[in-house]
Design a protein around this ligand. Structure first.
Ligand code: KIV
Length: 265
């Protein structure tokens, strides 16, 4: 199978083919997700909640991310592997360089960073050093204390303008991808149309260039409250491989997400 690259993802954006992404945290999940042809595997810091049992992603360390990135890289067949820089891993430029380099050496093809235009210097510095970045905007779970909970972001015009501006500035600084979490469908559509790099959504409606969900949510194995944007694909399929395959097919055909998984203004 041909491996997904940043170039193939750009081609997909240009041709209108939707990008299907799932999280994975170990080699078996990674093998399952990549063999069902998900374009991107995210080694998400959601590992803190869904694997380690924490209340948030804040306790996740670089050591945790390196361990899970190595596991996922070993199981991967053809997907692009993106790994999260965890809470405070980019607090200084020097930390960002060292931590991003460590994730790449552990097997990531690109790194994801939560935050807005204050990260422009980090993004351009990483780009200059050959490290591709995805910038996570909207609901950024590492800032849950600041945001006052897991709430839809960008609902009022001022907040929406800030997210659009951040997206524009981060792309200009060299970001290779954007990820929008829990924002109104119309805002996500505007950001995706304006961006020349792929925009992946989760709880951001159907008009982004791609979709991502958490592995356990797709398999209906979520002990906590299931977020509105998630869908249990095991309710229609009988094996994990079939459920992952259905997720990929439904993203590609535009069947997922439906309006019930999305947010209005
Ligand atoms: O950590 C994660 O799994 C994520 C996705 C939910 C986008 O950031």
């Amino acid at each position: 199978m041909t491996k997904t690259t940043l170039h193939s993802l750009l081609d997909m954006k240009r041709s209108g083919e939707k990008i299907a992404c799932l999280t994975a945290y170990d080699a078996t999940q990674s093998h399952l997700v990549s063999s069902q042809k998900a374009d991107i595997i995210l080694v998400g810091d959601s590992v803190g909640m869904v694997v380690q049992g924490h209340e948030s992603t804040v306790p996740v360390t670089m050591e945790d991310m390196l361990y899970h990135t190595r596991c996922v890289a070993r199981g991967n067949t053809c997907s692009l592997v993106m790994a999260d820089l965890p809470f405070m891993a980019c607090a200084t430029l020097d930390q960002a360089y060292r931590n991003a380099a460590a994730l790449m050496q552990a097997g990531a093809d690109m790194v994801k960073i939560e935050g807005g235009s204050w990260l422009c210097e980090t993004v351009s510095g990483l780009a200059a050093r050959g490290i591709p970045t995805c910038l996570h905007l909207g609901l950024t779970p590492q800032s849950v204390s600041m945001l006052g909970g897991y709430k839809v972001q960008g609902k009022d015009p001022e907040a929406a303008r800030k997210i659009s501006e951040d997206a524009h500035r981060l792309e200009a600084a060299g970001a290779d991808m954007l990820l929008l979490e829990c924002v109104p469908t119309a805002l996500a559509r505007d950001v995706s149309c304006a961006a020349t790099v792929p925009v992946i959504g989760i709880g951001a409606g159907a008009d982004t260039d791609g979709q991502i969900l958490v592995f356990y949510d797709v398999l209906g194995m979520t002990p906590r409250r299931v977020p509105r944007f998630a869908k249990n694909f095991m309710s229609e399929e009988s094996t994990p491989a079939a459920a992952v395959s259905r997720f990929v097919a439904d993203v590609k055909s535009g069947l997922f997400p439906a309006s019930e998984h999305s947010f209005g203004a």
